[in-house]
Design a protein around this ligand. Structure first.
Ligand code: ZN
Length: 467
């Protein structure tokens, strides 16, 4: 893949606005297994759409915040000029965009207000925050979402995505069938935000601080134009990258532009996950390393279970729950059993289009999970990541092949050395199933606090005295 830009077929503006590509304008979405509901995946809708990710910067007045807002205004103006607008129009577009961002920041920061319009299977009315979504956070059906935010054309948006899927192969062609069919599988992670957006869309005009009155549609279109430019700017020519770097250096103080090769590596691994993961496993992960890793994992899990049996501060009821959970915990080492390649059009010299196509293919594949039976062994990390995680929704530990390399692991080192490095991390991840968050999910990943009141009282003291 060459990392330079030449456009052949740009995706339509409507595609972008409709969120087909999950561009994080106004909201972003993610398909996940909801906690405590193991029978199917849900679509999490999350508030998004502000460039500086802390809403307080937009709202609280201080010289530091003002500096950041000014930097953002300048950046927006620059992006709009680079994209072809005359300076005066670019500046007005930037001001309008910022006006909308400030408004969105207020929605982000707002405490949950009025309850949503009682979706039929919703037992509570509080906002549902991932990863703490609980039983009281029922999922919405499309009709409930439309009721919550009637001015957002949800049905048209999801319908457009569904149409895109029809061109895909196999079960992916059915993406969003269930959602469009009225299944309760949508979870807005802050319902008040979606209600507010819809109310704001109803407004015919906004009055800016300067007293200038701005038409509603023109404010929104300025905002979307700027946000889309911002989102795709990393795929655009050098002047856009330089503008991004200037903003980053004002926000975070970063002094040097990352070298080009890093960007290329990121782009390749993001767009070609099948190839990069398969190559990494073939070249850097031997069957011996996998075997030894699994043996260490097995040993540590058995020792952990032995310790649970012996701990004196447990009452028998909690010990029983903990043992059940430890025995049910699946520990995955290396990689998923297979990778399925993303399929999309690639043409030489079309970096922008290739990247957009890759992103779209990935988003559509993620959405097609909504039609599938949950896979409790599904990985959320690349095989080459030097990392590991515990997933409460499936009671599983995931240890990518990337962790089985020095300094954590060396297949020609003595076993005890690998226990010291790699083993310590496995132990750490296992304990996440039993800590203050893990205590809220039982062995089947149902949301259920299984610590007895006694243990809940003793454990913090126990932890303190052992730190
Ligand atoms: Zn941890």
């Amino acid at each position: 893949m060459t990392c330079h830009t030449k456009y052949t077929r740009a995706l339509t503006f409507e595609n972008l606005c409709q969120g087909v590509l999950n561009m994080q304008n106004l909201w972003s979405f993610k398909v996940n297994l909801p906690m405590g509901h193991r029978d199917g995946y849900s679509l999490y809708l999350k508030p998004s759409g502000i460039t500086l990710n802390n809403p307080a910067i937009y709202i609280l007045e201080s010289p530091e915040n003002q500096k950041l807002i000014d930097a953002l205004r300048q950046h927006f103006t620059r992006l709009n000029i680079l994209s072809g607008l005359a300076p005066e129009l670019a500046s007005a577009t930037a001001n309008n965009s910022l006006y909308i961002e400030v408004m969105l920041a207020k929605f982000h920061a707002e405490a949950p207000s009025a309850p949503p319009p009682s979706p039929s299977n919703q037992s509570g009315s509080e906002d549902c925050h991932v990863p703490f979504a609980s039983d009281s956070c029922g999922a919405y059906a499309l009709g409930d979402l439309e009721e919550l935010s009637p001015l957002v054309p949800w049905r048209r948006i999801f319908g457009a995505i569904h149409d895109e899927c029809k061109e895909l192969e196999g079960e992916q062609a059915n993406c969003l069938n269930s959602l469009l069919g009225g299944v309760h599988n949508i979870i807005p992670t802050k319902s008040s935000y979606f209600m507010r957006i819809s109310k704001a869309m109803e407004r015919k005009s906004f009055t800016l601080n300067s007293g200038k009155v701005l038409s509603g549609p023109s404010a929104w279109s300025s905002y979307l134009r700027t946000r889309i430019l911002y989102d795709v700017s990393t795929l655009l020519p050098q002047p856009f990258l330089e503008a991004n770097f200037d903003l980053d250096s004002q926000i975070s103080g970063v002094e040097n532009m990352p070298p080009r090769w890093q960007k290329c590596v990121r782009a390749v691994s993001k767009s070609l996950p099948y190839t990069t993961n398969s190559l990494y496993l073939a070249l850097h992960f031997s069957p011996k390393a996998r075997g030894e890793g699994e043996a260490i994992v097995d040993f540590i899990k058995r020792s952990f279970i032995k310790d649970l049996r012996a701990e004196e501060w447990f009452d028998e009821e909690t010990r029983g729950e903990a043992l059940k959970k430890a025995m049910a915990m699946a520990i995955h080492v290396g990689s998923p059993s297979e990778y399925v390649a993303l399929k999309y059009d690639v043409s030489a010299g079309a970096y922008f289009n290739n990247s957009m196509n890759a992103n779209k293919a990935k988003v559509l594949r993620d959405l097609s999970l909504l039609e599938q039976v949950p896979d409790r062994g599904r990985w959320n990390m690349q095989a080459y990541a030097v990392n590991a995680y515990y997933d409460n929704t499936v009671n599983g530990v995931f240890i990518p092949a990337g962790l089985l390399q020095p300094p954590f692991f060396n297949e020609s080192a003595p076993m005890e050395q690998n226990f010291g490095g790699f083993g310590a991390i496995i132990g750490h991840e296992i304990t996440h199933g039993f800590d203050n968050l893990g205590s809220q999910f039982d062995s089947d990943s149902n949301v259920r606090d299984w610590w007895s009141p006694l243990v809940a009282k003793v454990l913090p003291r126990f932890e303190k005295s052992h730190l």
